[in-house]
Write a protein that binds this ligand. Structure first.
Ligand code: ZN
Length: 276
């Protein structure tokens, strides 16, 4: 009994020290890739962050010594092991809403930060979405872009030929407009399977982001990269800090849940592990 208590406390102590001290060292606890959608005062959905709250979060990252990184820096780190700045963080936006230009971009500029926007190419220029002119302007000014496919249909639900088209055509369209290559894609709704991963690699992407919770580590499968979803809540700032700090833990919880559920088929045990 005493031994069990000592073991439990030792384990808890090690885990606590790991999160606390390790959170400063990205080689140990990974890189948080934050995932936002809309930033504006107009819509009030769970995917919308107010500019005030977004600004407060960016200020916090700046004050805490975080450095925003680009997809090119991330690609060099994953493929060549090129060192990143201290406390790296990547700010990503999905879908390519026009408020990313009108609201989020000026805030990022103010704090001298960079963001990455994953665009749905068939929606570019449509009401509520970014135009190619806005995309090109931001691309020349410290922002970066990636694909979120042509139509935003979940790739795991499409046939292989359609998946190939969604991946290659969206990549070509963006690269033609920007005049340079892009490295990453964010899967619509975070959905993928082994076929999708294979086709993404074949289409020439260096990596792909999911909405699986957790941080990014050097040895991860580059076609199933974790992110930390940031949603607006009643107490957005506290929520944001908890999610950022505990994103390493969330990654482990997610992996354990999947291991118990999918590999060991112990559904009861898996249900005891919260899915972040
Ligand atoms: Zn999306």
């Amino acid at each position: 009994m005493i031994l069990a208590v000592i073991t439990l406390f030792t384990f808890a102590g090690i885990m606590l020290a790991y999160w606390y001290f390790g959170s400063e060292h990205y080689e140990v606890t990974g890189i948080p890739i934050l995932n936002y959608h809309e930033v504006d005062n107009t819509f009030h959905t769970c995917l919308t962050m107010t500019p005030h709250d977004f600004s407060q979060q960016m200020q916090y990252l700046k004050d805490q010594g975080y450095h925003t990184i680009t997809p090119a820096q991330l690609n060099d780190y994953l493929t060549k092991g090129t060192a990143l700045p201290d406390k790296p963080v990547m700010i990503t936006f999905d879908d390519g809403y026009v408020d990313n230009y009108t609201d989020a971009y000026p805030i990022l500029k103010k704090y001298d930060m960079t963001g990455t926007i994953f665009i749905i190419t068939s929606l570019v220029g449509k009401p509520g979405y970014l135009s190619w002119a806005q995309i090109k302007k931001m691309d020349k000014d410290n922002m970066a872009f990636g694909s979120h496919t042509i139509t935003h249909r979940p790739l795991s639900e499409l046939d292989e030929n359609t998946v190939r088209q969604e991946l290659t055509t969206s990549k070509q369209q963006i690269e033609t407009q920007l005049g340079h290559s892009i490295h990453f894609i964010a899967y619509p709704e975070g959905k993928y399977n082994t076929m999708v991963e294979r086709e993404t690699k074949a289409a020439g992407y260096a990596g792909a982001f999911t909405v699986n919770a957790g941080r990014l580590h050097a040895g991860d499968d580059p076609y199933a990269l974790n992110r930390v979803a940031i949603f607006e809540g009643n107490n957005s700032f506290t929520h944001f800090r908890i999610r950022l700090l505990l994103s390493t833990l969330c990654g482990y919880l997610w992996k354990w849940h999947a291991f118990f559920y999918t590999t060991l088929h112990l559904e009861k045990l898996a249900s005891l592990i919260p899915q972040p």
